[in-house]
Ligand binder design. Structure first.
Ligand SMILES: Nc1nc2c(ncn2[C@@H]2O[C@H](COP(=O)(O)OP(=O)(O)OP(=O)(O)O)[C@@H](O)[C@H]2O)c(=O)[nH]1
Length: 356
C-alpha cells in the first residue's frame, strides 16, 4: 500500500516537473516567436495598424495624464487670449503670470515670453490667437532633444537613481514590463539595501512582471548586489539588467562613494555593455525636483531623466525648467500608477497632448 502511494506521489512529481519544463519551453518559444513575428511583420499593413492603434492608446493616456497641467497652462492661456482683441504688453504679462505659476520657472518663462514677442514682431502677427501657436512652437523647441533621437538600442544595464518616494521602484517595474513585452529577458538588482522594505517592494514588482531579482540582506553592500546581478546576467545571457539604488541625498559623500563604487564594478564587469543612468524625479515636487537633479548630477553621470506622477500635478511645466536649466534629456514620463503608464518621452507628442 505504502509502495502504491509513493508511486503515485512520484508520478505526480514527474508530471509537475514535465509541466514546468513545458511551460519554460513555451515561454522560450513564445519569446522566439514574438521576436520572429516582430521582425517579419514590421513592414506589413497589419503590423502598422497594430502600431497605430497602440500609439493612439498611448497618446490618449498621455493626454489624460497631462489633463491637470493642460488646465494649469494651456486652458488658462486660452482664456486669457480670448479676452484680448489685440496683442499688447498686458497680454504678454498675463501669459507670463500663468507660466510662472505652473512651475516653468522665472528664467525659462522670461525667455519664452521674449522669444514670443520677438517672433510675433518678425511674423507681423496681429491676432492674439496666433500667440498660442507661437507658445506651442517655443515649448517644443525647448523640449526637443536631438540626442534622444539617436538612442536606438536598448541599453543592457540601467541604474536608477533618485530619492525615496519619487517612484523609482514603480518605474523599475514598469520598465521591466515594457522590455519583457518586447521579447527581452530582464533581471532586477535590489541595490537599495539601506531601506528595509526596498528589496521587498522590488520583489513584488519582479513577481508581478514575471522576472527574476537578485537581492541581499538589508544593510549589505549595494555594490556586492550589483556585482552578483552582473554575474547572473552574464550567466543567464540577460538582455536588460535594471538596478535600483538607495537615494540618500542627505549624506552626499556616502551617496557619491556608493555610486562611484557601483560604477567601478559596472565598468570592470560589464565593460562592453551599453549603459544608462536614469535619474527619477517626482513632477509633483516642482522646483524641488530641480534642486534634486542639480545635486544628483554632481555625484553621478546622468544620461536621462524619468519624470514621474505628471498625472498628479497641474505644474507639469517643471519639465521645461528641468530641460532648460539642466540640459539633461527627459527619457521617460510617468502618467499613472499602472504597469503601462510609463512612456518614452516624445517632445512632439507631449506638446500635442498639452495643446490639443
Ligand atoms: N499617479 C502616479 N503615481 C505614481 C507614478 N509613479 C509612481 N507612483 C506612485 O508613487 C508612490 C511611490 O512610488 P515608489 O515606486 O514606491 O517610490 P520609490 O522612489 O521607489 O520610493 P521608495 O520605495 O520609498 O524608495 C507609489 O504609490 C506609486 O504608485 C506615476 O507616474 N503616477
Amino acid at each position: 500500500m505504502k509502495d502504491f502511494f509513493s508511486k503515485i506521489s512520484l508520478g505526480k512529481k514527474k508530471e509537475e516537473q514535465q509541466n514546468k519544463q513545458d511551460q519554460l519551453k513555451d515561454n522560450i518559444e513564445d519569446k522566439e516567436l514574438y521576436k520572429a513575428k516582430y521582425m517579419e511583420r514590421k513592414d506589413s499593413i497589419e503590423y502598422k495598424e497594430i502600431e497605430e492603434k497602440n500609439s493612439s492608446t498611448l497618446f490618449r493616456k498621455l493626454k489624460n495624464g497631462l489633463s491637470k497641467t493642460r488646465k494649469g497652462i494651456t486652458e488658462k492661456v486660452d482664456r486669457i487670449i480670448g479676452q484680448y482683441q489685440k496683442i499688447d504688453e498686458d497680454l504678454y504679462e498675463e501669459i507670463e503670470e500663468v507660466l510662472i505659476t505652473s512651475d516653468i520657472g522665472m528664467d525659462t518663462t522670461i525667455e519664452i515670453i521674449d522669444t514670443m514677442r520677438e517672433k510675433a514682431h518678425q511674423e507681423k502677427i496681429k491676432d492674439p490667437q496666433e500667440l498660442k501657436r507661437l507658445l506651442k512652437e517655443i515649448i517644443l523647441s525647448i523640449l526637443k532633444d536631438e540626442n534622444q533621437e539617436k538612442i536606438i538600442e536598448t541599453p543592457s544595464i540601467y541604474l536608477l537613481i533618485g530619492v525615496n518616494g519619487v517612484g523609482k521602484t514603480t518605474t523599475i517595474g514598469k520598465l521591466a514590463a515594457q522590455f519583457k513585452s518586447q521579447g527581452k529577458s530582464v533581471l532586477l538588482a535590489a541595490g537599495d539595501t539601506f531601506r528595509a522594505a526596498a528589496a521587498e517592494q522590488l520583489s513584488i514588482w519582479a513577481e508581478r512582471v514575471g522576472v527574476d531579482i537578485i537581492k541581499h540582506q538589508q544593510g549589505s553592500d549595494p555594490a556586492a548586489v550589483i556585482f552578483d546581478a552582473i554575474q547572473a546576467a552574464k550567466a543567464r545571457k540577460i538582455d536588460v539588467l535594471i538596478c535600483d539604488t538607495a537615494g540618500r541625498l542627505h549624506n552626499k559623500k556616502n551617496l557619491m562613494n556608493e555610486l562611484a563604487k557601483i560604477n567601478r564594478i559596472i565598468e570592470k564587469e560589464y565593460a562592453q555593455k551599453n549603459r544608462c543612468n536614469l535619474l527619477v524625479l517626482d513632477a509633483t515636487t516642482g522646483q524641488n525636483a530641480i534642486s534634486q537633479a542639480k545635486l544628483f548630477s554632481e555625484v553621478a553621470d546622468i544620461n536621462g531623466l524619468v519624470l514621474t506622477k505628471l498625472d498628479g500635478t497641474s505644474k507639469g511645466g517643471v519639465i521645461l525648467a528641468i530641460k532648460k536649466q539642466l540640459g539633461i534629456p527627459v527619457s521617460y514620463v510617468g502618467v499613472g500608477e499602472g504597469i503601462d503608464d510609463l512612456q518614452i518621452f516624445d517632445a512632439t507628442q507631449f506638446v500635442e497632448a498639452l495643446f490639443e
